[in-house]
Design a protein around this ligand. Sequence first.
Ligand code: XIL
Length: 341
Amino acid sequence: DIPSLAETYKDFFPIGAAVEPNQLNGLTAELLKKHANLLVAENAMKPASIQPTEGGFRWDQADEIVNFARANRMQVRFHTLVWHNQTPDWFFLDAEGKPMADETDPKRRDANKKLLLKRLDTYVREVVGRYKDDIRSWDVVNEVVEPAEPDGMRSSDWYKITGTDFIETVFRAAREAGGPGIKLYINDYGTDDPRKRDRLYELAKTMLDKGVPIDGIGHQTHISIASPSVDNIVESMKKFRELGLDNQITELDMSLYAWNDRSDYGAEVPADVLRRQAERYRELFDALKANKGLVSAVVFWGIADDHTWLSTFPVTRTEAPLLFDKNYQAKPAFWAIVDPS
Ligand code: XIL
């Protein structure tokens, strides 16, 4: 019998995993129950899942995850109130069914913006109202910063139509609907990269100065065996802590390839590659333990290598980013962070 990950880290932070409702049975459920004390919906709490049509709320999938967590005494994280992906088109269509972002008339642009912010406000109050007692940490906006853009913001429909007003609206509505007990996060990837980190810092600071209720930064942490350095990851979190913000690792996994690497290991990943992966995981968790309190949660984006979003990319290659292999067996990476001797 192997040690429990959640138990191993109980004095540091909860250990989470992203799941689909159809993973809440069989061997995956057993692994989750043993090793995780926090769950995140991989897709079931995104706007496209919860409100596919205006006013047409669908709670069944999200409820399944909340109910499983409750039955097994796990916490839940919410992912995500706002994103530019997996959001139904109806949000961004005007009263005549035309894309709001195409509107050029200033008066109509203004009316569109009001309508979109109203839709957002309604959505957030409904969702937060439903889950505020079950879910403590919330990704409020996801991936809004883009340092390659002239103004450093991703040019999503949200941004094109409202500027940064959608960020203010969604945080304020979430706080009003959820009260002080829920924790509100800006979530993003690549937060270790100094350009991204500094832009995100600037955004968070501007918002905090205006009184926008932001509690923390969610660092996705989709990393690879090659990069980024653990030092950069930790340094970035320390910077946000100076603003009084909490940090969480929200989508941890570790690809076996550098971003543009087109090679493939084939069916079996070589042992030395798995060992290198284990060393990187060990280095990361050692740093988190050495900086106790720096993160308040660590969530893996999956539980075993049989199910990982990395395999959905057009480049098909053998991805094995998690701690358990496709047969649900503990990998060297698991042992490296459980028994670091
Ligand atoms: C991914 C899911 O894992 C996939 O199943 C889905 O097809 C696309 O979205 N960053 C995020 C997550 O914030 O929501 C993404 O999840 C992975 C990258």
